[in-house]
Design a protein around this ligand. Structure first.
Ligand code: DGL
Length: 252
């Protein structure tokens, strides 16, 4: 049985979901959170859909066992691939996913050119084609598959020459966009590097929208933690390498 003081369970393929956890914490300071970063199995974006579903279910089950009252999938790839399947299999659980922020980017930049940066698996999902089709009349949307970027971030390249040259190469043909959608939860963690390469451009991510949705559903279910105390954050990382847990707390 869960109650208002039970934690919100959040998971990602690795440290990226911390960007969503930060948005959740800002909006819901009294809530308790348990975050699972599955760095032992990162990246998800190069795996098969079946593998991503299996790994996502493992994290979900672990969070439910730890008493989570709501689940937030803080991973665009896992949301695109596994959210529907998990909702079907766990109909009694409130599962919130994150989507690339194409809607606000297209709405706020009508007629503009928008680059959507995401993992290769995300870029090829039906959910993304649907978003693309819905907003491609509003703006010129370019889907950019960022192969290898999650691995760089997981290994701690947050603002250095290795990352800068990767981004320069990746974005060479997309320097003239009006807005950029960070469609993977790892990417907001390297916002400063994007700004260094692209200048002061508009960057969008789905973290805040996801946090708002989490709060909305908690209110609806009467499960919002009334506080007034500051909630507790527990971070679990599946990797044997302690530096991933350290990196997670540092990013938080
Ligand atoms: N943070 C995950 C996402 O939002 C990264 C996926 C991966 O591990 O490739 O897509």
């Amino acid at each position: 049985m869960t109650d208002k003081t039970s934690p919100i369970g959040v998971f990602d393929s690795g440290v990226g979901g911390i960007s969503v956890l930060r948005a959740l914490k800002r909006l819901l300071p009294s809530e308790n959170f348990i975050f699972i970063g599955d760095s032992a199995n990162a990246p998800y974006g190069t795996k098969s859909a079946e593998e991503v579903i299996k790994l996502s279910e493992n994290s979900l089950k672990r969070l439910l066992e730890m008493g989570a009252k709501q689940i937030v999938i803080a991973c665009n790839t896992a949301t695109a691939v596994a959210a529907d399947c998990l909702r079907e299999k766990y109909p009694h659980v409130t599962i919130i996913g994150i989507e690339p922020a194409i809607k606000p980017a297209a709405t706020e930049n009508p007629g503009g050119k928008i680059a959507v940066l995401a993992t290769d698996l995300t870029v090829h999902q039906r959910r993304i084609s649907a978003l693309y089709e819905r907003y491609s009349e509003k703006a010129d949307i370019k889907l950019v598959s960022c192969v290898g970027l999650v691995e760089l971030i997981e290994s701690g390249h947050l603002y250095d020459d290795v990352l800068f040259s990767y981004l320069e190469n990746l974005l060479r043909d997309f320097m003239d966009c009006d807005a950029y959608v960070l469609g993977c939860t790892h990417y907001p963690l390297i916002k400063d590097a994007f700004v260094r390469i692209l200048g002061n451009v508009k960057l969008y991510d789905g973290g805040e929208g996801t946090a708002r949705r989490s709060r909305e559903l908690l209110i609806k279910a009467g499960m919002l933690n009334p506080g007034p105390d500051e909630g507790k954050i527990t971070i679990i990382n599946t990797s044997d390498d302690p530096s991933l847990t350290e990196l997670s707390y540092k990013l938080m």
